[in-house]
Write a protein that binds this ligand. Structure first.
Ligand code: COA
Length: 363
């Protein structure tokens, strides 16, 4: 049985919820983001739901789990709970922060303190799950010292009934807790622009344009991936935030800065922190070719990467015959490093050579 302790962490006090929290809980649970990512909460959420929650919290404590109100200066700012630990000393936590207290490290602080407290009370392993689309919660998990352990496909539903993949995290008693600094920080202000092109995270709203571009024969001819459906590409666009926040890759839509039109796609992938190396890949919608858009986009991303990440080498690979792509890389400051013979498989069992390029961190 877990003791009904009060946990103090920085400016926060975590204690069992009390009736005086009801008004704030009702407000927090009526927030659309909360309702979206916690679809089992009643919606709309009323005073009776808060009373039911107090009964549920009591039962949780009675049953060996924990249910805390997160408070700051005596005021409710969120909730965090732990299931009763199982036979193996394993539990799972869940949390929410009221919209008026977000972005101030409240969730990350609480999601670090509660496992520390659980480890002091016999728990060995704490689990946590966040939807691939819940970037704020994913970031909380990394900041709170959890390690990513895998993807649970279609494991839960969001409020609109759509199934969503869940990222599974775990923290073990004795795990060293890293600083949580992201290898790939988000763009400050959410975008990069030189006034002619604008780079923004590839979003689900781009899926149609992205799909049409990938299906264009002049793009498909240089793609290593099998042909994709619109549903595949929509799903891929929903992964942008997760891939970025987990340091795996950056997926960008290139927009015409003047009109906002979707002009193409640029990615930073194959991120290898141990080598300080990542690879770029790109495609442009035919109507936007011949205007220097891709050179501008590659320059923007490479300049940003060397200024904001520990990357030392940005590499690219092009087919030997792809002259337009060679010109982009030359103009964007890449140098040819060699040829990988017969790297790219082509239809009919043929294979073609890959020209390897790199741009190095400026000294
Ligand atoms: C998830 C949630 C608890 C985060 O609470 P919080 O107190 O704002 O979290 P923190 O301030 O500790 O950290 C949030 C991080 O996400 C980042 N973030 C938030 N929204 C983001 C977005 N849309 N894209 C990228 N990053 C985002 C913040 O910048 C911050 O990271 P940083 O410290 O590196 O800048 C809160 O958004 C919430 O209650 N959501 C609804 C309920 C929910 O999703 N619960 C979790 C279910 S798994």
């Amino acid at each position: 049985m877990l003791p009904r302790d009060v946990i103090s962490t920085g400016p926060l006090i975590l204690r069992p919820p009390v009736a005086g929290d009801a008004e704030a809980i009702v407000k927090a649970c009526n927030d659309p983001v909360t309702a979206w990512f916690l679809p089992l909460l009643p919606s709309p959420y009323g005073p009776q739901d808060a009373r039911d929650y107090f009964d549920m919290a009591e039962a949780k404590w009675e049953g060996g789990g924990a249910e805390f109100a997160i408070t700051e200066n005596g005021q409710y700012v969120g909730s965090i709970s732990a299931r009763p630990p199982d036979h193996w000393g394993v539990t799972e936590i869940g949390y929410l922060v009221a919209p008026w207290a977000r972005g101030k490290n409240v969730a990350a602080r609480a999601a670090r303190a509660v496992p520390d407290w659980l480890f002091d009370h016999g728990v060995r392993r704490v689990e946590l799950q966040a939807a691939v689309e819940n970037v704020a919660s994913l970031r909380v998990a990394y900041k709170a010292g959890f390690l990513e352990e895998g993807l649970r496909r279609d494991a839960k539903r969001l409020r609109d009934g759509r199934y969503v993949d869940m990222v599974a995290f775990g923290r073990l008693r004795g795990d060293a807790v890293a600083s949580g600094a992201p290898y790939l920080p988000f763009f400050e202000g959410g975008q990069l622009s030189d006034g002619v092109v604008r780079l923004v995270p590839l979003a689900v709203q781009d899926a149609g344009d992205f799909h049409r571009m990938l299906a264009d024969p002049t793009v498909a001819a240089y793609s290593m991936a099998p042909a994709s459906t619109l549903a595949d590409d929509e799903r891929r666009c929903r992964y942008t935030g997760y891939w970025w926040v987990s340091g795996q890759r950056i997926e960008l839509a290139i927009r015409d800065a003047a009109s906002g039109a979707f002009a193409g796609h640029l990615q930073l992938t194959q991120v290898l922190p141990s080598l300080g190396q990542a690879m770029i890949g790109y495609s442009l919608v035919p109507a936007f070719r011949g205007k220097g858009f891709m050179t501008r986009a590659v320059n923007l991303l490479a300049d940003w990467a060397f200024a904001n990440t520990a990357l030392h080498r940005i590499v690219a690979g092009t087919e030997v015959g792809n002259t337009a792509s060679h010109r982009v890389l030359e103009r964007a400051g890449f140098s040819k490093e060699g040829v990988h013979r017969e790297l790219f498989p082509k239809p009919g069992g043929r294979r073609v050579d890959d020209v390897a390029w790199a741009r190095l961190r400026p000294s």
